[in-house]
Design a protein around this ligand. Structure first.
Ligand SMILES: Cc1cc2nc3c(=O)[nH]c(=O)nc-3n(C[C@H](O)[C@H](O)[C@H](O)COP(=O)(O)O)c2cc1C
Length: 239
């Protein structure tokens, strides 16, 4: 059984194609998980809506607690870290993170950055060890990506008002969304990264419709590929 973490970061509650002024990224994540469920009915799906409920921002209390060794944590420190712990647990448990993240001002919305800041946790998802050397995910030595203990995938499903933000296109240098998310997740050990985005939301009409159709079709193919890889891996594991 595959374990998906389905996360939405758009503050718009409805889904494009279903609700007026609905979110395109919510449409994409919903499409991904429902196609997966059709092919693997007993898939486990945990849902986290950070668009509706943004995670806490880092504060001085959070930093003090996060950098205190577990055995020295006080009760108030544990309380400050409780939400972060819950978010980390969800990531740790998942095989595939399905992340719906709009492009806001050329990067992720603040709620999503807050989620990243809560899941990149020293001692929980990444460690620092002077004797460690370098991991293939991290050219800089001494950082230990703790979630590299097994294969996990991240699927970033995005939407952009403009267009041509993909690698090699004219606006690629303005795109700080996919590259920043990929780097942060790789840093903690999630090295398999896939991204699909809708463009032309601002223009609408045929350009948006064509981009949406293309994104939905690419999601179908990605789901089928990831599921067949996961099935093959499970068959190789001893009973
Ligand atoms: C605050 C804000 C900032 C945005 N910044 C950008 C941007 O930098 N580049 C872009 O192409 N579109 C930008 N957009 C358009 C969104 O990426 C687009 O509306 C997208 O569909 C939003 O995702 P959603 O439909 O899931 O809510 C912005 C929209 C908002 C509300």
């Amino acid at each position: 059984m595959t374990r998906l973490l389905h996360l939405d970061a758009s503050p718009r509650p409805g889904r494009a194609g279903t609700h007026d002024h609905g979110s395109h990224t919510r449409r994409l994540t919903q499409h991904f998980v429902s196609h997966w469920r059709t092919l693997e009915p007993d898939v486990e799906i945990v849902y986290r809506d950070i668009g509706a409920n943004p995670p806490q921002l880092t504060s001085v209390e959070w930093i003090e607690a996060a950098f205190t060794p577990i055995e020295r944590l006080t009760e108030p420190m544990r309380a400050v870290l409780a939400e972060s712990d819950a978010l980390v647990n969800e990531v740790e448990r998942a095989d595939i993170l399905v992340l719906g993240v709009p492009m806001y001002n050329f990067g992720p919305p603040a709620a999503f950055k807050a989620w990243i800041d809560n899941i990149v946790r020293i001692g929980r998802t990444v460690d620092f060890d002077l004797d460690y050397g370098a991991h293939p995910f991290m050219p800089l030595g001494q950082y230990v990506p703790l979630l590299a203990d097994r294969k996990r995938h991240a699927v970033l499903l995005s939407s952009r008002g403009g267009y041509d933000f993909d690698p090699g296109r004219s606006m690629a240098a303005f795109n700080h969304l996919e590259p920043s998310v990929r780097t942060a997740l790789q840093f903690i050990g999630i090295g398999d990264f896939h991204d699909i985005a809708i463009e032309h939301q601002e223009e609408g009409g045929k350009a948006l419709a064509a981009s949406t159709e293309s994104a939905l079709a690419r999601i179908d193919r990605l789901v089928e590929r990831l599921l067949s890889e996961a099935t093959a891996r499970r068959q190789l594991q001893p009973a």
